[in-house]
Design a protein around this ligand. Structure first.
Ligand SMILES: *[C@@H]1O[C@H](CO)[C@@H](O)[C@H](O)[C@H]1NC(C)=O
Ligand SMILES: *[C@@H]1O[C@H](CO)[C@@H](O)[C@H](O)[C@H]1NC(C)=O
Ligand SMILES: *[C@@H]1O[C@H](CO)[C@@H](O)[C@H](O)[C@H]1NC(C)=O
Ligand SMILES: *[C@@H]1O[C@H](CO)[C@@H](O)[C@H](O)[C@H]1NC(C)=O
Ligand SMILES: *[C@@H]1O[C@H](CO)[C@@H](O)[C@H](O)[C@H]1NC(C)=O
Ligand SMILES: *[C@@H]1O[C@H](CO)[C@@H](O)[C@H](O)[C@H]1NC(C)=O
Ligand SMILES: *[C@@H]1O[C@H](CO)[C@@H](O)[C@H](O)[C@H]1NC(C)=O
Ligand SMILES: *[C@@H]1O[C@H](CO)[C@@H](O)[C@H](O)[C@H]1NC(C)=O
Ligand SMILES: *[C@@H]1O[C@H](CO)[C@@H](O)[C@H](O)[C@H]1NC(C)=O
Ligand SMILES: *[C@@H]1O[C@H](CO)[C@@H](O)[C@H](O)[C@H]1NC(C)=O
Ligand SMILES: *[C@@H]1O[C@H](CO)[C@@H](O)[C@H](O)[C@H]1NC(C)=O
Ligand SMILES: *[C@@H]1O[C@H](CO)[C@@H](O)[C@H](O)[C@H]1NC(C)=O
Length: 589
């Protein structure tokens, strides 16, 4: 510790000399624990963050260094992931088993990363073992620096709405069902900000359920950030009598368009600008209802909250606003998804316009077709697959295994097409080429709509369709203003095509956001290395506080809760120093 302190004093000189004006730090303590809640009238243990369910908003400004000390007060291993945040050059902080050893119960672990070149609405949630089905989630907001203008007038307020399907069974019970080869079945309801539905219908909603109320002032325009944090249900989101002006999704500004309702898939985030332009003759319903299911059977899977104007003259009553009437028109939702375009003239996080990056004229270097099928039995266990491979969770994180040259921790043989062979459980990952430009076609041969998510990147959603994708479909790609995002839907019996520029070194998880499919093995990783990097330039070094497990578990020291204040101060200074050093390398890049 003494040495760290000494090095700190050396570094302070460097700090004053080289790193003047360094990006600010934002520190958070996140404590995950069980609390009792009854969102649907049935008491159950939910996962709270700092005692809150849903967890608190994390709200930072672009380029901040974010330090999050996560304390695990659950009775099982934990990892938090920061969905949609690119963790540039540092998959070490991504919080999935391919990059991090889990945080054991009673332990804490500090994540640290810089939120670089991103502005918008993101999510955090626990990544292991279906825990998100019990909570632990929250909104992660990155705001713009003053010098970067917004492509709309500054809203009068910022409102977060978390929607998601919900089971009264907890994550361990849901896991047990899947382990026993059973599908999860219909959820018990939809929560809005952790609360059950407003009693819009006395037959459908029992008495005594607490609902969410969003308070607004007439005439004002709010930025409403909506996240689907559910298990597997796509939800149609709408606000009675109000237009939703779509402005941003997962860190990119959209071409602004009004929608009366929008389908929000599991894991997706959107910002709407909503003007309170109604006469407040009563409150208004906010609705999130199940999609792509038989709505008359799934009536109870509907979330209802209340939009309350400060001059409201009465309670909301009567029927809910109608969902889209497209029972016989499968293309409605698909066309809606493709109508979400990037505003190519709006500034992103960087002062230069995003439109100057002409992704449509870059030659594709690698093509991967990832096909999902309905879950199957493999060796007597229910499993789900991409290209016939059900991913076996790593014992030793993939990148950590690289650093310590652990043999056999994974295979670099993930097939670029579905193969004609029996499904298997394996640790196959994608050997991707640094600076390549990859086309990924997600072919969903499963019976349910899926969402696909890639860590470490945003990708361009260039096409979607029904049936089997063929090369001819490339003719229909949007090569000009496709939206860039990190989470995209793939309709049952259809395909989605994305382009991704592989400029972020690391090992990155790609997965189904449907929690059951993810748990059953529908994920893999993309490994991107830069053989020319010998100076920590394109990838940050293994963090000093890395946990060790699997083949490296003998390297893990027991966690001591230190009470010595000097030790604490010194280790904090050491952390700052490490950052300053990496800042120097980064700054000179
Ligand atoms: C989850 O539910 C099961 C019953 O299905 C119960 O035994 C268990 O204690 C619950 N776990 C937590 C953390 O509440
Ligand atoms: C655990 O939290 C303490 C402060 O509460 C902190 O000093 C320590 O660095 C944390 N441990 C890790 C591994 O992040
Ligand atoms: C796109 O962004 C520009 C620049 O901020 C803004 O003026 C314009 O209104 C936006 N256009 C649309 C259609 O969203
Ligand atoms: C986030 O912080 C910014 C400025 O610090 C504030 O304007 C905004 O309202 C905050 N958003 C939320 C949802 O707390
Ligand atoms: C409440 O829902 C039930 C079941 O869908 C329906 O039959 C009934 O008409 C609804 N009641 C009202 C007042 O809308
Ligand atoms: C969206 O709808 C609002 C009314 O709610 C209207 O004032 C606005 O002009 C519309 N914007 C666009 C881009 O259509
Ligand atoms: C308020 O608006 C509703 C529908 O938009 C209309 O039916 C009602 O008459 C209006 N009430 C008043 C007092 O203007
Ligand atoms: C939905 O379920 C109801 C009740 O079982 C049934 O009558 C109806 O035909 C179903 N609708 C569709 C489109 O399958
Ligand atoms: C893309 O490929 C075409 C033909 O294969 C070639 O003519 C063109 O120069 C390439 N473009 C770039 C930017 O490399
Ligand atoms: C991974 O890809 C690189 C080229 O990008 C190649 O040199 C290497 O041999 C591949 N590794 C394996 C194990 O296939
Ligand atoms: C799955 O693939 C088969 C063979 O290509 C096709 O006949 C079937 O319609 C597909 N089903 C779905 C749900 O995509
Ligand atoms: C990269 O970082 C590691 C760990 O901090 C360090 O051991 C190594 O010397 C660094 N390499 C260079 C070339 O700076």
């Amino acid at each position: 510790m003494g040495a760290y302190c000494l090095m700190y004093w050396i570094c302070i000189g460097l700090l004053l000399g080289v790193c003047w004006g360094a990006d600010p730090f934002a520190n958070f303590n996140l404590e995950l624990s069980y609390v009792t809640a009854s969102p649907l009238g049935v008491p159950q243990q939910v996962i709270a963050v700092n005692g809150k369910f849903p967890g608190p908003d994390i709200n930072v400004t672009t380029n901040y260094n974010v330090v999050l000390n996560v304390r695990n007060k659950l009775d099982e291993n934990l990892l938090m992931t920061w969905s949609g945040i690119q963790m540039r050059r540092s998959s070490w902080q991504d919080g999935v088993l391919g990059t991090n050893c889990p945080i054991p119960p009673k332990w804490n672990w500090t994540y640290q990363f810089q939120v670089k070149d991103q502005i918008g609405s993101f999510l955090y949630y626990p990544s292991l073992n279906m825990q998100r089905a019990s909570g632990g989630f929250g909104s992660f907001i990155i705001t713009n620096r003053e010098i970067i203008p917004l492509p709309f007038n500054t809203p009068d307020g910022d409102i977060v709405i978390m929607i998601g399907d919900w089971y009264t069974r907890n994550h361990t019970a849901l896991r047990r069902a899947l382990d026993n080869g059973k599908e999860l079945g219909m959820p018990d309801g939809v929560l809005i900000n952790g609360k059950g539905p407003y009693r819009y219908n006395t037959t459908l909603v029992p008495d005594g359920i607490e609902h969410e109320t969003i308070n607004v002032d007439p005439g004002k325009t709010y930025r409403i950030r909506v996240h689907n944090v559910g298990v597997s249900t796509c939800l149609n989101f709408r606000i009675q009598n109000h237009n939703l002006l779509l402005a941003e999704t997962e860190g990119y500004y959209t071409s602004q368009q009004n929608y009366t309702s929008l389908d929000i898939h599991v894991g997706q985030s959107y910002s709407f600008l909503v003007t309170m332009d109604q006469n407040a003759s009563s409150d208004y319903y906010i609705v999130a209802s199940a999609r792509f299911v038989n709505e008359s059977l799934w009536q109870r899977v509907t979330g209802v909250a209340i939009l309350h104007y400060s001059n409201s003259k009465g309670r909301a009553s009567g029927p809910l606003p109608d969902p889209p009437n497209d029972e016989y028109d499968t293309s409605y939702s698909l066309n809606q998804a493709m109508s979400i375009r990037q505003n190519v003239s709006a500034s992103g996080a960087r002062p230069n316009p995003q439109g100057s990056f002409h992704y449509g004229s870059i030659n594709v270097t690698d093509v991967y077709v990832l096909k999902s099928l309905p879950p199957v039995m493999i060796d007597g266990k229910l499993r789900s697959t991409y290209n016939g491979i059900s991913f076996e969770r790593p014992d030793t994180p993939i990148r950590l295994a690289d650093v310590y040259k652990v043999k056999g921790a994974y295979k670099l043989d993930f097939p670029s097409r579905p193969l004609n062979r029996p499904p298997m459980v394996d640790r196959s990952i994608i050997n991707a080429t640094y600076k390549g430009f990859m086309e990924i076609i997600l072919q969903n041969n499963d019976t349910v709509v899926q969402t696909f998510h890639l860590d470490g990147y945003s990708f361009f959603v260039v096409g979607m369709g029904y049936g089997e994708w063929t090369e001819n479909n490339r003719g229909s790609y949007n090569r000009w203003d496709a939206i860039s995002r990190s989470t995209v839907q793939v309709f049952a019996g259809g395909w989605t095509a994305v382009f991704v520029s592989l400029d972020n070194v690391g090992v990155w998880n790609l997965r189904s956001e449907n929690l059951d499919r993810w748990y059953l093995g529908q994920e893999t990783y993309m490994r991107i290395t830069n053989p020319e990097d010998t100076g920590n330039k394109t990838e940050l070094p293994l963090p000093d506080n890395a946990l060790y497990c699997g083949a490296l578990s003998r390297m893990q020291k027991p966690q001591r809760i230190s009470s010595s204040s000097t030790q604490l101060v010194c280790s904090k200074l050491y952390v700052i120093m490490v950052i300053v050093f990496s800042k120097i390398f980064y700054g000179l890049r």
